[in-house]
Design a binder for this molecule. Structure first.
Ligand code: HEC
Ligand code: HEC
Length: 292
């Protein structure tokens, strides 16, 4: 705080203290007035009395003033003066965080030592996991973890990057960067149309057989490298299964041909810095448990 505003606060506060003390004492009536103890006001025969404050009330005011002065000496309040105790909100917050960390660390240490498969069914882990998931993941994957367009469902047992505890932990820790190239300029409109028909056909959807047959050749030339000869995908590359009817970007022919023509580049952010190892361990167990 600039020293001007610091002084401003100190002076205003001091004037207020002096002012209220003066009001309190100046209006105190030690003795009853010589008159009849009324203000002289009268309405419809009712007189307004002017009694002194009861003593307990008066001393309560004195006490609050003394309290206020004492408080401003001990704690921050008077402008930049930090108070003789040196208390700060930040210190208090840090102490609380440290205490909470200490409490949870013991519990987390125990979980860190156990395999994911084992703690995935632990009710306490599921409870912590639910809370962590809604704070850190739900905005993308949905509160129920079922995902939406562009954000994978984490409950269905179908994994783009793999569903082992290690793979899930890696997805959360390091993030994932899916790279599906744009094929439009390489295979042309006809190529896109044909290979879309092929992808439809391997999903058991009715389509133009001629296109599908031509599309199979395109597929074997350009797509096998990532999606595999049998089109079941490759978790190491984040290339999804193209024949199980589960789609990240929609499964109608327009959506599939758009994926192929323009490419797709979904990003799962790396959360290791934000969450730390122990929270990620709990979250991995939670996510792993969702599809078991
Ligand atoms: C370099 C590896 C690579 C090649 C080659 C490749 N893909 Fe992909 N493909 C991916 C990746 C990775 C994704 C996932 C993209 C994402 O999650 O954002 C993907 C996603 C898709 C999708 C969307 C799937 C969904 O769930 O919505 C379709 C459709 C697709 N690819 C078809 C093809 C076709 C057809 C070819 C050949 C013309 C092809 N891909 C070639 C890597 C590849
Ligand atoms: C900013 C959005 C966003 C947030 C936040 C986010 N994710 Fe993701 N996540 C994604 C996207 C997008 C993908 C898919 C990437 C791709 O393949 O296209 C993904 C993929 C994943 C995968 C891999 C899924 C698979 O099929 O292999 C896992 C596991 C995952 N996320 C877990 C989490 C967890 C747990 C959290 C919270 C700690 C989280 N994500 C937070 C966007 C997000």
């Amino acid at each position: 705080m600039a020293s001007f505003w610091s002084m401003w606060i100190i002076i205003l506060t001091s004037i207020t203290f002096v002012g209220i003390t003066w009001i309190l004492f100046a209006n105190r009536k030690g003795e009853k007035r010589a008159t009849d103890n009324t203000t002289g006001h009268e309405y419809d025969g009712i007189q307004e009395l002017d009694n002194p404050l009861p003593a307990w009330w008066f001393y309560m005011f004195v006490l609050t003033i003394v309290w206020g002065v004492g408080y401003l000496i001990l704690y921050p309040g008077m402008g930049n003066f930090p108070g003789v105790l040196g208390w700060t909100q930040i210190d208090q917050h840090d102490r609380k965080v440290a205490a909470a960390d200490e409490k949870f660390r013991a519990m987390r240490d125990r979980y860190m030592a156990l395999p994911i498969e084992e703690i995935a069914v632990d009710p306490a882990v599921r409870k912590m996991g639910t809370r962590m998931f809604s704070n850190n993941c739900a905005q993308c994957h949905g509160a129920d973890a079922k995902g939406s367009y562009g954000f994978p469902n984490l409950t269905d047992g179908d994994w783009i990057f793999g569903g082992t505890p290690d793979a899930i932990k890696h997805s959360i820790t390091k993030g994932r960067q899916a790279a599906m190239p744009a094929w439009g300029t390489i295979i042309g409109d006809k190529g896109v149309e044909d290979v879309t028909a092929y992808v439809m056909s391997i999903n058991g959807r009715s389509t133009n057989d001629e296109h599908a047959a031509a599309g199979e050749t395109v597929y074997q030339t350009y797509c096998v490298a990532c999606h595999g000869a049998d089109a079941t995908g490759n978790p190491a590359l984040g290339a999804p299964n193209l024949k199980n009817g589960i789609w990240l970007y929609g499964g109608n022919p327009e959506q599939v041909s758009h994926s192929i023509r323009a490419g797709r580049n979904g990003v799962m952010p790396a959360l290791e810095n934000m969450l730390g190892e122990d929270k990620i361990h709990i979250l991995t167990a939670y996510v792993y448990g969702l599809s078991q």
